[in-house]
Design a protein. Structure first.
Length: 166
């Protein structure tokens, strides 16, 4: 008799790749003491231009991560890409974090630090230059990167916008 595997669907590939960017223990003071919970920041992507970010709390780490993954699936967006880079440079401010993203030539790689690198990797961007300005807060930098990617417009959209403006 064969032993059953501990993991269900070991051979099956998940729909999206996911990276847990940060897990923090947070407490809240209630009558009678402190209530401890965990906060998880998760980014998911298919490495083909789809990306989502989720931030949720749970009573234990696995619950917080599962909630964050479900939240990230609801925020999935398709970002425009040109030759595995972004179509134009963008500077985006979210709270105290400022993220600057600039397209790069093939072979450059991902020049990014911290949580920005993880988000760009999951999005499938292979050549990009970036800079974090302002804060080093992982949550704000992740959200700034995600929102900057959502604001990107394809070359066709830019051409159409210019035609309408004339």
């Amino acid at each position: 008799m064969r032993r059953q595997s501990r993991h269900r669907d070991e051979g099956a590939k998940r729909e999206f790749d996911q990276k847990v960017i940060e897990v923090k223990r947070v407490t809240r003071v209630v009558a009678g003491g402190k209530r401890m919970r965990f906060r998880a920041l998760v980014a998911i992507g298919d490495k083909k231009g789809k990306i989502g970010v989720g931030l949720r709390k749970g009573t234990d780490v696995s619950e917080a991560v599962n909630k964050a993954v479900n939240a990230a699936k609801k925020t999935m967006v398709l970002i425009p890409m040109v030759n595995q880079t972004i179509p134009h440079e963008i500077k985006f401010k979210y709270k105290s974090s400022v993220v600057f993203l600039k397209p790069a030539r093939p072979g450059t790689g991902i020049i990014a630090g911290g949580s920005i690198r993880q988000v760009l990797d999951l999005a499938g961007i292979r050549n990009i230059l970036s800079k974090m300005l302002g804060s080093s807060n992982k949550v704000n930098n992740t959200m700034a990167t995600y929102l900057a990617l959502t604001k990107l417009r394809s070359k066709e959209d830019l051409r159409d916008a210019r035609a309408v403006a004339k």
